[in-house]
Design a protein around this ligand. Structure first.
Ligand code: CTP
Length: 402
């Protein structure tokens, strides 16, 4: 996959530096060549020896090294790569990059490079949230610096929150995505559903679930990035509209089905919404007053249409590829296999949404891809990486039907 593309990996000084050792190994397994610059602070966490052994190359540390400069100077080093990756990227190096400071080999190479730069931030949650870090990242992103992670979770300092460096797998996925030919899905149409549905009880109250819409929105964004003409039908979420995606906002399952049918025909449909299975049979117009009801009101529910089954069974206008999700709390894969057969969709992405997993609302997801070919277990990935992997798989599958 890497086809010999060259990565210049800058390792700065954070506890997450240990993860870059695994990232080097995996990048090389994927066919990338890796050369490392280790900052002075980085050398407090990993040794040049480990980096050299894993990258199978010399490790560069010193801006003023005569031997390095006569072999490969900092300018050449910074231009010889196809991508410069800073992992971990500490608050300090991000600040120096944003300010254009060049006071060591790493920052000098970053200033001298004419190649794309990707950062994998790693820091304490307070540092991540600090206005200075926010401003520095905004500056860097405006200049086109790419970013992978961070994620939310336990930190080495004992706190919990955003700032954990992306896992090696996610870094490799982001690097691979960067090198993939763009526009694989040009000329294709895609439909994605996302978020929960709200089912009215009366004019102000509704039934809902905990879906955040993060996964569905990330899938729509990934399909659009590959060039697909993408429609996202979304229930109520706090997610921003993904760039380049036509977003249709709905509230209820009935509205969601109508909007999906309106978006047809499409080549691929990914139904990631957590659609309410039932709605209130007879929602009240206006607000149900407490005093008007002697006892607590009884809600009579009726079944909602199943959008996944409707699209999978849609004669004539069935998308070539219909993909559903299975949100499960027990026997995840078994239930997903049964769900795929019952709903007649092509693939099911099964995920465990039990309370301890943090899938609902969190930034990571552990999925199993169930298809006619069997079950594929994916590692725990960020929702963005799951989306990217899925979009590539959709492109592979549609390529076979051209
Ligand atoms: N789905 C749908 N319309 C519904 C219910 C579910 O399109 N009315 C889709 C979801 O978007 C998802 C898949 O069906 O892609 C499976 O959803 P899930 O909630 O896991 O399954 P259910 O069919 O609701 O079954 P159960 O609640 O019994 O697990």
């Amino acid at each position: 996959m890497g086809q010999g593309n060259r990565i210049l990996l800058i390792v700065s000084g954070g506890i997450a530096a240990y993860k870059c050792l695994d990232a080097i190994r995996r990048l090389r397994e994927h066919g990338f060549a890796v050369r490392c610059i280790l900052t002075r602070a980085g050398a407090e966490f990993v040794t040049p020896m480990s980096l050299a052994a894993l990258s199978q190359d010399k490790v560069y540390e010193d801006l003023f090294s005569l031997t390095d400069e006569s072999g490969m100077g900092h300018i050449e080093l910074s231009r010889d790569a196809d991508l410069v990756l800073v992992a971990p990227a500490t608050t300090n190096i991000l600040a120096r990059m944003a300010a254009g400071i060049a006071d060591d080999l790493a920052t000098t190479a970053l200033l001298a490079t004419d190649k794309p730069v990707m950062v994998a931030p790693a820091m304490n949650v307070r540092m991540w949230e600090h206005a200075a870090t926010r401003a520095n990242l905004a500056t860097l992103e405006e200049r086109g610096v790419l970013r992978v992670g961070p994620t939310e979770g336990d930190m080495a300092c004992g706190e919990w929150g955003m700032g954990r460096m992306a896992e090696a797998d996610d870094i490799v996925a982001a690097v691979e995505a960067f090198f993939r030919p763009k526009g694989r899905l040009k000329g294709r149409r895609a439909l994605v559903t996302s978020g929960p549905t709200h089912e009215a009880i009366d004019s102000v109250r509704y039934l809902a679930n905990r879906s955040s819409g993060k996964q569905g929105h990330a899938i729509a964004a990934a399909l659009a990035r590959l060039g697909a003409d993408t429609t996202l039908v979304s229930g109520p979420t706090g997610q921003p509209d993904p760039p380049g995606v036509a977003v249709v906002r709905v509230e209820s399952a009935v509205e969601m089905l109508e909007a999906c049918e309106h978006a047809l025909p499409v080549d691929a449909a990914v139904l990631a919404a957590a659609v309410a299975d039932w709605r209130v049979a007879d929602p009240v117009v206006g607000k149900i007053k407490k005093k008007a009801t002697q006892a607590a009101p009884t809600l009579i529910l009726t079944e909602n249409p199943d959008i996944l089954a409707a699209l999978s069974n849609g004669r004539g206008r069935r998308p070539k590829l219909v993909i559903g999700f299975a949100a499960e709390t027990d026997s995840v894969v078994e239930n997903a296999v049964a769900k795929r057969a019952a709903k007649r969709c092509d693939w099911i992405l099964a995920n465990d949404v039990s309370p301890g997993t943090g899938t609902f609302g969190g930034d990571t997801n552990t999925v199993h891809l169930v298809s006619a070919d069997g079950v594929e277990d994916w590692p725990t990935l960020t929702k963005r990486a799951v989306a990217e992997r899925l979009a590539e798989r959709i492109a592979d599958s549609l390529d076979q039907t051209r």
